[in-house]
Design a protein around this ligand. Structure first.
Ligand code: PMP
Length: 398
């Protein structure tokens, strides 16, 4: 049966992690990961999470199956986080939300549902994008193309290129957009650029699928939902995948959600019934723990405040590391202007380092980054930043 099976290529990022773990140097630093570490270099267990877990243990609740679309209180909290409590979309019953297995699971059930709805559509993702976007939509049966997004020369957006790409697509093309904290570049659209993107998508009849995996990591919970709310205001129907892996530091619990914005409550009921079929045949229903913890936090005022403080602490620490990186590189005598790092948002930075420089960082200094030059700013801390700055200064000299 398996005699002719070929070895699949290993995941590039997980492969890098394996290499990092095998590296014996004590001074090694892993900036290749997609995880937030605190200043002690550890993945934090948030106090709000801890408190919600204690309450859950004390309640000693049974672990029956959840409904196919998950916990109602969780799904409602997700909607409020995305659109605010007073959103007309909630009042008009134009939202379908299903608890999902992380952001990846939300994208997957969204992709499977869209394949049933629009079997001949293409999917457009940003150039570059989170590396799983292409594979995930291809595995759901779609042809995937890239729209112009990043301009390496300016370390910013290529706004004309992006609009030209969008304008070239036939109606019904699915456009995957990073709502905030773009992975891997860290470069987000401005409010004006979003407005133009919404206009083109509306004019051409494209299907927006917003991926929000870092809400609260950029400028704040509401500021980071700007794009989602612009689309809500446009009157369009669209999809949103939420991930709480980073914002609750609950990576392994797989907490996310798919939200679909419909045109009216009649559509909502029908779309939910179809989405449930997709979920039922994938994994039947979601797990209880992570969803219960997140719902408890979002729906309990004291825990909610505690979480918002901890989220702000993570956001502020990342931004402090951006500033420190730029200032220390300058103080170290590096001529290149790295101030673009301050304008980037979220965990990542396209540093502008070449793949040869990334190789040198790893081989000479034990500093691990992705070959594209992506570094995880959220893995920098006051203990490792000087070594990273020295290493970058060294490889830029060559
Ligand atoms: N979308 C983007 C843009 C991401 O960066 C990630 C996680 N790295 C995900 C989705 C998936 O999130 P999760 O880990 O919750 O599946």
């Amino acid at each position: 049966l398996f005699a002719n099976v070929e070895q699949a290529p290993r995941d590039p990022i997980l492969g890098l992690n394996e290499q990092f773990n095998a590296d014996a140097r004590t001074t090694k630093v892993n900036l290749g990961v997609g995880v937030y570490f605190n200043d002690e270099g550890r993945i934090p267990l948030l106090k709000a999470v801890r408190n919600a877990e204690v309450a859950r243990l004390e309640a000693a609740s049974a672990r029956g199956y959840l409904p196919i679309d998950g916990i109602t209180g969780y799904n409602q909290a997700v909607q409020k986080l995305l659109f605010t409590e007073s959103s007309p979309l909630i009042a008009e019953k134009r939202l379908v939300t299903a608890q999902a297995l992380g952001g990846t699971g939300a994208l997957k059930i969204g992709a499977d549902y869209l394949k049933r709805l629009l079997p001949n559509a293409k999917v457009a993702i940003s150039d570059p994008s989170w590396e799983n976007h292409r594979a995930l939509f291809e595995n759901a049966g779609f042809e995937v193309v890239n729209y112009s997004y990043y301009n390496a020369a300016t370390h910013g957006i290529d706004p004309e290129g992006m609009l030209a790409s969008l304008n070239s697509y036939p109606a019904g093309t699915i456009v995957v957009l990073h709502a905030c904290c773009h992975n891997p570049t860290g470069v987000d659209l401005s409010a004006e650029q979003w407005a133009k993107v919404v206009d083109v998508i509306k004019a051409r009849g494209l299907v927006p699928f917003l991926d929000i995996a870092y809400q609260g990591f950029g400028d704040g919970i509401d500021a980071d939902a700007f794009a989602v709310r612009q689309f809500a205001a446009s009157g369009l129907s669209f999809l949103v995948s939420s991930s709480f892996s980073k914002s609750f530091s609950l990576y392994g619990e797989r907490v996310g959600a798919l939200t679909i914005v419909t045109a009216n409550s009649d559509e909502t009921g029908k779309v939910l019934s179809q989405l449930k079929r997709v979920i039922r045949t994938n994994y039947s229903n979601p797990p209880t723990h992570g969803g219960t913890v997140v719902a408890t936090i979002l729906n309990t005022p004291t825990l909610r405040l505690e979480w918002e403080d901890e989220l702000a602490e993570m956001r502020d620490r990342i931004r402090a590391m951006r500033t420190a990186l730029v200032e220390k590189l300058k103080a170290r005598g590096v001529q290149r202007d790295f101030s673009f790092v301050l304008a980037q948002r979220g965990m990542f930075s396209y540093s502008g380092l070449t793949s040869a420089q990334v190789d040198a960082l790893r081989e000479k200094h034990g500093v691990y980054a992705i070959g594209t030059g992506r570094i995880c700013v959220a893995a920098l801390n006051n203990q490792n930043i000087d070594a990273v700055v020295d290493a970058i200064a060294d490889v830029l000299k060559d």
